[in-house]
Design a protein around this ligand. Structure first.
Ligand code: MG
Length: 299
């Protein structure tokens, strides 16, 4: 039996492909042999990833896939999730010139929710351009691109444009200002870069309405599940997000999605060289595979 995982290095978190190869070269086959349980395997292998979260995520997902296969159960069952309760995923529209944005909105036609990246010089033009084409629900991700004044102005304006929430409006270090924005904004504020793993949640909970969990940020499914439980205890909303990933990591995250409020799991839809088939998306709805483990197979 084989478990499959995926690592997507992120420059935002000082990760590079070369560094991953170097660390992988230091991990031996003996490190991967386990005495008994999924937890003991993860406890022995994750510390050898030298803090590279996306590399941890690869081992974590592969181990979960393998254990699911041994167990004969799909991963959603391992996490006690109801496969019918998957949320709709949004479809991402990146920052671009307005002609390209118009094209991308047309490409996004089958998806009922758009996730629009802002934090540019022409944020309002981007939203106006999209609104000239469609009135479907928009989620905004400002990627740390605003200051408090701009964020307040934008949140007020966006609240009249059928926008559901704004992700990471301010830079990570502006947590006090984000907490102020939360009081002033008519829209919900969701943490992305401010929330890497479960240790961050109690520290930032006062400044946000919810968090965006990504396997590549937190180091895999086990930590993502911890984050879900802690966020629920603190009455935070939960989004599951992704980097540009294949069906491997996106299917892994999708197995947790019934436990969350929002999904932004479109990474595998946005690439043309996905080697695997796994989670499917039908008019935005995530459809989980039901075979054991991740339930992915090679195209
Ligand atoms: Mg984001």
């Amino acid at each position: 039996m084989t478990g499959v995982g995926e690592a997507v290095p992120s420059e935002r978190y000082n990760e590079t492909f070369d560094r991953f190869i170097e660390v992988l070269g230091q991990i031996t086959f003996e490190d991967l042999i386990d005495s008994g349980s999924l937890d003991t395997l993860l406890d022995s292998i994750l510390p050898k990833c030298q803090g590279l979260r996306a590399l941890e995520a690869a081992f974590d997902v592969a181990a979960h896939d393998l254990w699911g296969k041994i167990d004969g159960r799909p991963l959603y069952a391992h996490f006690g999730a109801d496969c019918k309760k998957t949320p709709l995923t949004s479809y991402t529209i990146g920052i671009d010139n307005l002609d390209v944005i118009r094209e991308k909105v047309e490409e996004a036609d089958p998806y009922p929710i758009l996730k629009v990246k802002l934090g540019s010089e022409h944020d309002q033009d981007i939203i106006r351009t999209i609104r000239n084409t469609t009135d479907k629900l928009i989620r905004v991700d400002a990627n740390e691109g605003w200051n408090l004044d701009k964020a307040q102005t934008m949140c007020e304006w966006l609240s009249t444009k059928n926008v559901e929430f704004v992700e990471q409006p301010l830079p990570v270090q502006m947590l006090d200002e984000t907490s102020e924005l939360k009081k002033r904004s008519p829209l919900k504020i969701i943490a992305d870069e401010n929330c890497i793993d479960s240790k961050d949640i109690p520290r930032i909970a006062h400044a946000f309405h919810g968090i965006n969990i990504k396997l590549m940020k937190c180091g895999g499914l086990r930590e993502a599940y911890r984050m879900i439980q802690l966020a629920r205890e603190l009455n935070l909303e939960i989004m599951l997000g992704c980097m540009i990933e294949t069906s491997v990591a996106n299917t892994a995250a999708a197995h947790l999605s019934p436990l969350t409020d929002y999904a932004d799991l479109d990474g595998h839809i946005l690439i043309e060289n996905d080697p695997y088939l796994g989670v499917r998306v039908e008019e935005g709805k995530l459809i989980l595979p039901s075979s054991p483990g991740l339930g992915i197979y090679l195209r």
